[in-house]
Design a protein around this ligand. Structure first.
Ligand code: ASP
Length: 382
């Protein structure tokens, strides 16, 4: 409009924006966005300072100077300095580090990368303060949802005698998703039948824990590069450990998986699981000694003895330290075996194992965050 109006009065303005959002890199973006500003800084700051004609170090320094000034040109605020610094990092990175690699990626990635980089910059640009921008990024990364709910039934109407079905019908009116952890097996199934909104089973008694399994699968897939062709050892409380039950159910979908169930006699996997394995002709062995099978494993899934599901304290005390994975046992394992654990850990993995590169249980937590974010976004159809 400005160009057109100018032309009516006989002025010929240069083009200032040339479809910037089609750019395939940040470098290209700055050739298309606010062209008058970038060419001014190029001609009056970058080139007089020596541009890229001097040493590479000097070139970087020149870029830094240009972007510090470009930031401050927009206003005297730290957010503009950060905004400039962000573009400096991206442009220097593209020049020296990932520019060539980026050019080889499919168009959709180059475009996505550029849009993401620019969107991040606009948050810095528009935020009233750096702290506000920080909170904004946190919300973007953490999805920014709010939690309504209770962590204990004693602080809900269940205490007054409300049924699961009614609690769920009420919660459906308030929220977009229900994540339910319940001591009774099957409670999320009942909830699902009475809910208007998606219900996530976040663990039901000693039965199943599907989101932990998604976490486990993502961890294995990311760290091992595949979900097939493994000998998987599951060790500890295989009777009450719901994460174990879900994981077995999921892994049987992949090819060439063999299970080694390592547990004391009292804590063996429930029959409904071994029946399922027999029907599907999936190989499994039930053993008591962890040491004996250690060299055969590609994955070792350790679990704690589920204190809360024991009927008497004595049995728990007798069984709780049945397995302790320590450095000596790790020596028996393959160099690329992974140790997973759904956490919390009690004594079953000695802290001395934490530094072993094969210990993946804390990385697993991080994958859990991503997988649950993805699940929420999928359920919200975002
Ligand atoms: N956090 C897992 C669960 O909720 C494992 C455990 O508690 O041992 O089942």
């Amino acid at each position: 409009m400005a160009i057109g109006l100018g032309r009516m009065f006989g002025f010929h303005f240069l083009e200032n924006f040339n479809y910037p959002y089609v750019s395939q890199s940040v470098t290209e973006f700055w050739r298309r966005w606010h062209i008058s500003l970038s060419s001014w800084f190029r001609d009056y700051v970058y080139i007089p300072l020596g541009g890229s004609r001097r040493s590479p170090a000097r070139n970087i320094l020149n870029l830094a100077a240009v972007w510090l000034l470009t930031g401050l040109w927009h206003g005297a605020a730290w957010t503009f300095v950060l905004w400039g610094a962000w573009f400096f990092l991206l442009l220097a990175g593209e020049k020296l580090l990932w520019g060539r690699g980026l050019a080889r990626l499919p168009r959709v990635f180059r475009h996505g990368y550029t849009l993401l980089a620019v969107m991040i910059s606009w948050v810095l640009f528009r935020s009233p303060s750096a702290a506000y921008a920080g909170a904004y990024f946190q919300a973007m990364l953490g999805l920014g949802g709010r939690v309504l709910g209770f962590s204990d039934s004693s602080s809900s109407s269940a205490k007054k005698g409300e049924s699961v079905a009614d609690t769920i019908a009420v919660a459906s009116a308030y929220a977009d998703i229900i994540a339910m952890r319940h001591p009774k097996e099957g409670a999320p199934m009942v909830a699902m039948e009475h809910s208007q909104i998606p219900v996530i089973n976040a663990g039901d008694g000693g039965h199943q824990h599907p989101t932990q399994t998604l976490t486990d699968l993502l961890t294995i897939r990311s760290l091992k590069g595949s979900l097939s062709g493994f000998t998987v050892g599951l060790c500890g409380d295989l009777k009450f450990g719901r994460t174990v039950h879900s994981l077995i159910h999921a892994l049987v979908r992949y090819e060439d998986i063999r299970f080694l169930f390592i547990s004391p006699e009292e804590l063996k996997v429930p029959d409904y699981i071994t029946e399922m394995l027999k029907t599907r002709e999936i190989s499994y062995e039930e053993v008591t000694s962890l040491e004996d099978v250690m060299p055969r494993l590609d994955l070792l899934y350790m679990t704690r003895v589920q204190k809360e599901r024991f009927f008497n304290e004595e049995d728990y005390v007798r069984l709780k330290d049945f397995y302790i994975l320590d450095k000596a046992k790790m020596k028996l394992a393959k160099p690329d075996m992974l140790v997973l654990h759904p956490l919390p850990r009690v004594n079953e993995i000695s802290v001395e194992v934490d530094d072993d590169p094969r210990a993946a249980y804390f990385k697993q937590v991080q994958y859990g965050v991503y997988v649950r974010m993805a699940l929420i976004l999928t359920l919200l159809e975002i």
